[in-house]
Design a protein around this ligand. Sequence first.
Ligand code: DSN
Length: 444
Amino acid sequence: MQSSEEYHKRIFSALEQADKEVYELITKEYERWQNTLQLIAAENQCSMGVLAALGSVMQNKTAEGYPGARLHGGCEVVDEAEKLAVARAKEAFGAKYVNVQPHAGTTANQIVLTALLQSGDKILSLGLHQGGHFSHGSNVSFAGKYFDVENYYVDRQTFLLDYDVIREQATKFQPKLIICGASAYARTIDFKKFREIADEAGAYLLADISHLSGLVIAGAHPSPVDRAHFTTTSTYKPGGPRGGLIIMGKDYDQRISVGTESMALWQLIEKTTFPGMQGTPYFNNIAAKAVFFKETLCTEYRDRQFKIVENARRLAESLVDLGYDVLTGGTDNYMILVNVANFREGLTGIVAQKCLEDCGIVINMSRLPYDKKGPMVTSGMRLGTPIVTKNGMGSEEMESISTLVDVVLRRVEIIGDTEYRIDESFKDETRGRIKELCSKFPMC
Ligand code: DSN
């Protein structure tokens, strides 16, 4: 019998033989990643251990239900994998209950919303156009279609959450659910205040910490786990496999009436996940989550989260020194939001994104609060430091990055909102400089 090691080593050579085109695309993606600067805040880079689990035979197993209560036979191994992932995730977050089955962070949010709310129930959340996430009730998502959603805003001058205004709004609107957490907000979120507001309004609180979960695990950002009734996160943003998680702290066994039944909140989440919203969990993904949560328990992971924030602060400071309008003047997490329109007249987020990418710097445009430009143009860019930090970059490299961003954004010839010109020799020279910088910090 061949060993598991032999079997898994054959995977890549099998792919090359089975499908040269996809094999080459994967090779190209590796090279793109290695030779350009990865500064998309929503991305991270998982370990080889996580990748190996994702590409393993665990992918083949069908098993609806939960460990010990499945609808299929042959589940003794996947049951152990799921129990391990749950136990490690609970330890990482100091949680009372974790569900590792959600296929994505967005799905985790859908599960919580579907569990708690009836069609037409009220949600109060940060608007998509203010840095929120579409799954928090935007009218482009299912949540906006089925629920009555009102948004809270950041302050027009400071771009910070104003908890007094949110409190007032919650008191008037009386939502059943308040959602906190953001895709584009660079400052600490006060989960304690959000819980007070929710309690005053008689609402449940959901904290979506997709962009903060690595920092929360390490203690580099306050934890919402015992503050919110429900905490959700995607698992790739903190550096694990793609997927989602629902985490509960001290309120996990609070009772809720559902029709004529009464049950604990965790039981409601469990049955809404399966069979409510999903079928078979992805067991390769659950095994990879177990591998990832083991990593998060190590000192290296925890120290790195603080380093990610330190690098982001350094990068933000350095951009401010070069004359950039960094929203809120800096960052408390790994995210840096820059108003590029205030840097050069006519410069838009999409032009910044495209010309930087041409030169080997991968970022994304970001619609800023009160942005006059639409979502496909925007006035902002968002940068993040998880990947460059993972690969070993530090303060000195953050300065080099800000200089490289700056030379490109000064050099680009702006033709229109989406049109620009940048000369080929400058592009090639900058790509060369970035390739050289990246070669000193190979993917690990
Ligand atoms: N939350 C999105 C982002 O921040 O880009 C990805 O899901």
